[in-house]
Design a protein around this ligand. Structure first.
Ligand code: SPV
Ligand code: MG
Length: 564
């Protein structure tokens, strides 16, 4: 759990009050010095947190517990503690930070902060921790303390908030009768519970006091100096709230000191790895999961950087013997392979998560920093099957590209600029070349867009992408407006649509054609895109004019050398 369930203050105070009066079981609290220790106290199963003046002055300021810290400093810690836990918080307010007038403000502030109960002691202000050796013997007069208790009860606003009156009479050596006299007076002044403090080395004194206590208001004990006493024994004797006030703090001091000594002596963090909390534990305590969930929920997320899947499984007979020992993507063009050029370009555009689907001569494709997938059936299955060899990556924004194309950075930037779900890069030069020269590459993947080309030779890339109506290798050349260059950007939705079309195709009977492919197994990427179009998914074209080349033939390869 990341942060405590926020219960209204009255609810926590109400719960504490109810537990204080449920004599069948004790309320066991432990002392916290900050929000983290409070959280650990809650996780350990304690009923309540005691915000200890001893603990917070030591841990927060490394100062003695002697009213050196101000009320507001203590209040800050109490607020942090209260916010971190779902169990009731009891704040140790020392003397109330002055006389009865200060007690009133203390009460108001702590109650307003959601604290379930405060403890006020009959020490003189400024107090000295009762446990310190040589502590002052004098304490406030009974009358003065009665005034503090009445002031606190007068100041509180909600009925369940509790004021615990604490007497130091035993510690001051005033004897059990004086302790009793005070306890009764404080009870009559309106205290909701009495803490009778003792620093005797055994529980006897406290037990004797409890044995003589007849009033219905609950007794509280802090067994620091008589650690042998058990909760069961103290409860049995009549104590209803038992506070282990400083043990978390002392454990932390010991653990920190030992860890630091070891680190200093050994000079490596590994010397303490096994004795410290793993980072995962720290992350859990502060609720990292919740942080991430909230980020997703409330902070506009930057557009996720696309991944890239490079399809490089196929083999091209026309390029033999160049491709005898390697696939096309590993052909060297002036000192860099096609794949290296692609990877470099993608990384420069911020796309670092790159996967390559290998098939033919897979062992020759070993560029580092890339995730590899294999389509061992590259001879009998089409490009669609290659893409889905990497299906697990097709789950968010993805760039799909053919492994045999070389293109300008500008083309990639234009594509990444478009927010479409399925966006293809389409070369309009094809249209001009075909129209004017009447020749077309043998296996061009053609595109028919809704916005027909103007027929002008001067092509100006349109700001708005065109809508793709059809894509394939067997389209009517006179109707086609350009050539798909083998570069496609999919949004998360686009990737999902392709996946759905692929799954639908895989479910159809084996012998049935899939768009232009004679069977689904041989389906090309364009067949999958066509299936998406026919399903009603929008496919767009970003039109370019040249600036790229593909290597299908020996001529292509020569041209690549000449142009790059
Ligand atoms: C505290 O924890 O600050 C207390 C209890 O007041 S004791 O230190 O034992 O006095
Ligand atoms: Mg204290």
């Amino acid at each position: 759990m990341a942060t405590a369930t926020i219960a209204p203050a009255s609810t926590k105070a109400h719960r504490l009050r109810a537990r204080l009066h449920d004599r069948t079981r004790p309320v066991v609290a432990a002392g916290a010095h900050d929000a983290l220790s409070a959280k650990l106290i809650e996780e350990a199963g304690f009923d309540a947190v005691w915000v200890s003046s001893f603990g917070l002055s030591t841990a927060q300021k490394c100062q003695p517990d002697a009213n050196v810290l101000t009320m507001t400093e203590a209040l800050d810690v109490a607020k942090n503690v209260e916010a971190a836990v779902g169990i009731p918080v009891i704040a140790d307010c020392d003397t109330g930070y002055g006389d009865a007038i200060n007690v009133m403000r203390t009460t108001v502030e702590f109650e307003r902060a959601g604290i379930a109960a405060i403890a006020i002691e009959d020490n003189l202000f400024p107090k000295r921790c009762s446990l310190y050796p040589g502590a002052r013997p004098d304490i406030a007069t009974l009358e003065e303390m009665v005034g503090r208790v009445k002031a606190a009860k007068h100041a509180q606003r909600t009925p369940d908030f509790a004021v615990i009156a604490r007497t130091e009479a035993l510690i001051a050596g005033l004897g059990i009768e004086e302790a009793e006299r005070r306890a009764h007076a404080y009870a009559e002044a309106g205290a909701d519970a009495i803490l009778v403090h003792s620093k005797a080395g055994a529980a006897d004194e406290a037990l004797a006091f409890a044995a003589r206590w007849r009033r219905p208001i609950p007794l509280v004990v802090v067994p620091t100096m008589f650690p042998q006493a058990t909760v069961a024994e103290l409860h049995q004797a009549g104590f209803q709230l038992i506070i282990f006030a400083n043990h978390a703090l002392r454990a932390a001091i010991r653990a920190m000191a030992e860890t630091l000594r070891t680190l200093q002596a050994r000079g490596t963090a590994d010397a303490v790895t096994d004795t410290i909390a793993p980072l995962a534990e720290v992350y859990r305590l502060v609720g990292l999961d919740q942080l991430h969930a909230r980020e997703q929920q409330f902070i506009p997320q930057p557009v996720t950087k696309a991944r890239a899947i490079i399809l490089a499984a196929g083999v091209d007979q026309q390029l033999l013997p160049l491709t005898e020992d390697r696939p096309k993507t590993m052909l060297d063009i002036k000192g860099r392979t096609i794949l290296e050029r692609q990877a470099q370009l993608l990384r420069a555009a911020g796309i670092t998560d790159i996967a390559v689907v290998r098939g033919y001569r897979a062992e020759a494709v070993t560029l580092p920093g890339i995730t590899y997938y294999d389509n061992p059936h590259f001879q009998t299955r089409g490009i669609a099957a290659s893409l889905f060899a990497a299906a697990e990556r097709l789950t968010g924004p993805t760039l799909v590209l053919y492994g045999d194309i070389v293109f300008d950075r500008m083309i990639l930037d234009r594509l990444l600029d478009r927010p479409g779900d399925l966006t293809l890069v389409v070369d309009r030069a094809w249209y001009d070349v075909y129209r004017t020269e009447g020749r077309s590459p043998e296996r061009a993947e053609l595109v028919i867009t809704r916005e027909a080309p103007t027929g002008s030779h001067r092509f100006l890339p349109s700001e708005r992408p065109a809508t793709v109506l059809q894509i394939g290798q067997r389209l009517d050349k006179r109707a086609a407006s350009g050539e798909f260059i083998g570069l496609c950007a999919c949004s998360a939705d686009g990737a999902r649509w392709l996946t759905e079309r692929y799954q639908a195709g895989a479910a159809q009977p084996d012998h049935q054609p899939f768009h232009e492919a004679e069977t689904f197994a041989r389906a090309s990427f364009t067949d999958l895109l066509q299936a998406a179009i026919e399903r009603g998914h929008p496919v767009q074209a970003v039109e370019i004019y040249k600036g790229w080349l593909e290597v299908n033939t020996f001529d292509d390869y020569r041209r690549a050398w000449a142009k790059l």
